[in-house]
Design a protein around this ligand. Structure first.
Ligand code: NAP
Length: 459
């Protein structure tokens, strides 16, 4: 058996490991196992590639692997859960950049490639470069480095003209017998600018969806470059990432009721602070003691966690409180909105980490009808995902987004630090409703206070 056949068999095993990994990641129960399967696939693919016929430059390869592996190991260990989206953006950008770098090298020797291969190198280079520069802008926005959202007067026209120029310069390379360095540099400079100009007007609220879109594009670019290099593992990895990213993008866009075209071309600017409907009522504060007694003597409590629970690292305290309430005979359920937090599954991961059993955690469609039977809806650091304006106020920027019906519970207790708005930057009528009480403070501290009072009531 030749080395090439052995390598291809190993790549087939790699493909199986990637698919098993993805399958595992589809549920929080098996997600950890899924990551390990996919990681093992990646390690195998990398090791096997060292034996690729004609491979040289081993010292460079090992140095690059050590640098990249070391940096990502360190950043993976130290990143805060709330900073995960920008880390995904950064890693994703690196993937797009790597695909673009391969394209650049292959285009520099385009005369050795068949026209179809050159065309794929150009397509992969274009998509990878847009994903690279766009992801870096997304990272800068989420990290707070780039705070302003710029929108040019004729933004969509500029996008179209720049895209047309980039495609034209790509066609120029495709039709040349030998692409000059000038042509290649102009092509990549235009693609870099296109990634930046598309992403700059997009506001923070839509950014996770855009990151997911760039992730899908990176997969596509990697797949194309895999074809150019004739490397099956790259083709498979690219297609798996591309299709998973596309599905995730659709899922997030649907959960926010924001068509992808609106996200890219009609961004939420954060300028609309409420809808035109305005907000009636006042904010009514409650003490931790009163909140504890409302919870302790309820029959049914539905807890709605949001981004603030993640920031406040309150998940362990929330779990402790739920156990105490159950011991007192209260039925406790958790309601998870598909885009609560800053990435899909954010709340599920935190609750799983705290040991909340999966049979107490319910998706929006499963639990929304039950709020009207709950004595208390306890909203912990959630805002947009419980904003009733999304159901009723046509002028609201989040109109149409499915929301959790927390307002339909008999009583609502909202834990948050102050008057901060949610991710989309708009006010929330729920906080002013007659049946809502505000429990101010950072989630962990406040839940801890509530726990103390529940314990006192139970002794
Ligand atoms: P949110 O709307 O961002 O609201 C979070 C709230 O938590 C804020 O109002 C804030 O108010 C409060 N908070 C912050 N730190 C806190 C702390 N330490 N203790 C207690 N409260 C704290 O969160 P969400 O309801 O989870 O909604 C998620 C948002 O992200 C949605 O707009 C969604 O569309 C967007 N998004 C999510 C995804 C995803 O995949 N998950 C993707 C795209 C977009 P104070 O400052 O007053 O405390």
């Amino acid at each position: 058996m030749t080395a090439k056949v052995l390598i291809n068999i190993s790549y087939f095993v790699v493909a199986l490991l990637f698919i098993l990994g993805l399958k595992g990641m589809s549920s929080p129960v098996t997600a950890r196992r899924g990551i390990i399967w996919a990681g093992a696939g990646m390690v195998l693919a990398t090791l096997v590639t060292f034996g690729w016929p004609g491979m040289s430059n081993y010292a460079l390869m090992i140095t690059a692997l050590a640098m990249g592996g070391g940096l990502s190991w360190w950043s993976g260990k130290t990143v805060k859960m709330t900073d995960m989206p920008q880390m995904v953006a950064l890693y994703n950008g690196m993937g797009g950049g790597a695909a673009a770098a391969i394209a650049a090298i292959e285009l520099a020797r385009s005369e050795t490639h068949a026209p179809a291969v050159t065309a794929l190198a150009i397509a992969g280079g274009l998509i990878g470069t847009i994903s690279f520069s766009g992801s870096l802008v997304a990272f800068a926005k989420l990290q707070g480095i780039m705070r302003k959202t710029f929108r040019l007067p004729a933004q969509n026209a500029v996008n179209i003209i720049l895209a047309a120029l980039t495609v034209l310069s790509g066609l120029g390379i495709a039709s040349a017998n030998h692409a000059t360095t000038h042509q290649i540099v102009i092509f990549f400079a235009l693609a870099l600018a296109l990634g930046v100009i598309i992403t700059i007007p997009i506001g923070g609220a839509d950014m996770p969806v855009v990151i997911s879109l760039f992730n899908a594009l990176t997969g596509l670019a990697v797949g194309f470059e895999g074809y150019v290099l004739n490397n099956p593992a790259l083709i498979i990895a690219g297609i798996v990432v591309g299709s998973a990213g596309t599905l995730l993008t659709q899922l997030m866009a649907r959960a926010m009721n924001r068509p992808l075209t609106n996200i890219l071309f009609k961004p939420i600017t954060g300028e609309a602070k409420t809808g035109q409907a305005g907000i009636a009522g006042t904010l009514k504060e409650v003490s931790a003691l009163d909140a504890a007694s409302m919870l302790r003597y309820a029959h049914k409590v539905i807890i709605v966690p949001g981004y603030g629970m993640a920031v406040g690292q309150a998940q362990h305290k929330v779990k402790e409180m739920s156990v105490l309430l159950e011991e007192a005979g209260v039925e406790v359920k958790f309601a998870i909105h598909p885009v609560a937090g800053r990435m899909p599954g954010h709340m599920n991961v935190l609750l799983a980490e705290a040991g909340v059993s999966y049979d107490k955690i319910f998706d929006l469609e499963e639990i929304n009808e039950e709020f009207s039977q709950a004595d208390v809806a306890l909203v912990i650091g959630a805002n947009d995902v419980v904003n009733p304006a999304a159901r009723t106020d046509r002028s609201s920027p989040i109109y149409g987004m499915p929301v959790l019906n927390a307002d339909r519970a008999h009583n609502v207790i909202v834990i948050k630090r102050g008057k901060g708005t949610g991710y989309s930057g708009i006010e929330n009528a729920l906080f002013y409703a007659d049946n809502t009480r505000m429990l101010y403070g950072s989630a962990q501290q406040v839940v801890n206070d509530v726990i103390k009072h529940i314990k006192e009531m139970s002794t």
